[in-house]
Ligand binder design. Structure first.
Ligand code: DSN
Length: 415
């Protein structure tokens, strides 16, 4: 059995880290230094606390690293309020729900058919809090929120929270336009999980300047740190509101702090401070390049008239090739990893069973140094396998060959 455990890890690592072109938009890899510091004695320790009020001894260095980590984000977002304790983006969202709502309250969010995250809905953590979600009005052509109609919805249902951000996220959401027209007591939360690496580098959009009260996020997608979450408050947030978040986080939503994440998260943030400008620009260039190249190869990439995308994501309608489920399977057989994606135009049945789309994210391959030229090569693999139906084993060999030319993780400190 022991051999099996070790073998499974080795097999997975070799396949996903060295042989596959990973285009899952919600994943990435840490830098070697972050990965090295991820495993330490911090891993097995406890540090439950409310502010500096600790419940355990032996925690002096745990506090040091947690403070240091929070301070990097406070400085970057020019705010007094940042807490890196949430264990995931979903837990960060639950914390905000616990702080500002009670069961039965209403939350307005983009809606599952339009790419919202499950935690923004009654089927996920919003439902665990007993919230009712009402969908924003979505413009399917522009793949974005319709401002006027969404303002009407918000005025009609009078929510406690308006939630921006999504899992299918091509273009900046209209925070400013909606903030200006709704009751100032409604909290605006921006779930930046997918685009956090871009937002951190002041790309894509600036949620606080545009009127968000709180940013929630995961820390392992375009922001390429350890798996985890974060909640950040706008500097002009009321101290009392921040206290509500802190007490919601502990003791309500979490007990122990997973201290071992903080060194790796700090390193990732410091690397972003150093290399993030170049990294995020290349991510956005690569996404556009992949979208353009796939279009040139004959695929229906969404939003050509809008430049396809402003984020790391590219959405392709693959209904004519059997739908997202079949296409993602076929691509996986060639070592290209991506996921199926329901499109706003799908019927509820198709959305559930076999959605029309696939979602591609370029952040991880950008991390390994791929640029516009490699995006063209990737698009030619898509053509080979899906349009020309060439031999899968041969394409897989070519995919692996390309992947092996990019073994080094970039945009990071040397170990
Ligand atoms: N469900 C994840 C995604 O892939 O978008 C986000 O948590």
């Amino acid at each position: 059995m022991l051999d099996e455990v070790i073998k499974i890890v080795e097999n997975h690592h070799k396949w996903r880290r060295k042989e596959c072109i990973n285009l899952i938009a919600s994943e990435s890899v840490m830098s070697p230094l972050a990965e090295k510091l991820f495993v330490s004695d911090f891993e097995g320790r406890y540090n439950e606390h409310t502010s500096g009020n600790c419940h355990y001894k032996g925690t002096k260095h745990s506090y040091e690293i947690e403070d240091l980590c929070n301070n990097i984000f406070r400085k970057k977002f020019n705010t007094r309020f940042a807490d890196t304790r949430p264990l995931s983006g979903g837990i960060a969202n639950l914390t905000v729900y616990a702080a500002f709502t009670k069961p039965g309250d209403i939350l307005v969010s983009p809606g599952i058919p339009n790419g919202a995250h499950i935690s923004h809905t009654r089927w996920g953590l919003a439902g665990v809090r007993g919230l009712k979600n009402v969908d924003m009005f979505f413009d399917k052509e522009k793949m974005n929120i319709d401002v006027e109609k969404t303002i009407e919805i918000i005025k009609r249902v009078n929510p406690k929270i308006v939630m921006f951000g999504a899992s299918m996220f091509l273009f900046p959401h209209p925070i400013r336009e909606i903030r200006e027209s709704i009751d100032e007591n409604i909290k605006i939360i921006y779930d930046s999980a997918h685009v956090f690496g871009l937002v951190y580098n002041e790309k894509f959009q600036k949620p606080f300047k545009e009127g968000a009260d709180i940013i929630t996020s995961s820390t392992h997608k375009t922001f390429q740190g350890p798996q985890g979450g974060i909640v950040i408050g706008n500097n002009n947030l009321d101290e009392k509101d921040w206290e509500k978040i802190e007490t919601a986080l502990f003791p309500k939503v979490m007990s122990n702090t997973h201290i071992h994440r903080f060194p790796a998260l700090s390193v990732t943030a410091l690397e972003m401070n150093e290399f993030g400008e170049e990294y995020s620009k290349q991510v956005m260039r690569n996404a556009k390049a992949l979208a353009r190249a796939l279009t040139d190869q004959g695929f229906e990439v969404l939003c050509p008239d809008l430049g396809f995308t402003e984020s790391h994501q590219v959405i392709v309608n693959v209904k004519e090739f059997g739908g997202g489920k079949i296409v993602a399977n076929t691509l996986e057989n060639c070592n290209i990893i991506c996921n199926k994606m329901a499109l706003p135009t799908d019927s509820p049945h198709d959305a559930l069973k076999n959605p029309s789309g696939i979602r591609l994210g370029v952040q991880e391959m950008t991390r390994f140094g791929m640029k516009e030229n490699e995006m063209k090569l990737i698009s030619s693999f898509f053509r080979d396998v899906l349009i020309d139906e060439k031999d899968v084993e041969k394409i897989k060999e070519e995919v692996t060959g390309l992947r092996k030319q990019f073994p080094q993780i970039k945009f990071c400190f040397k170990v």
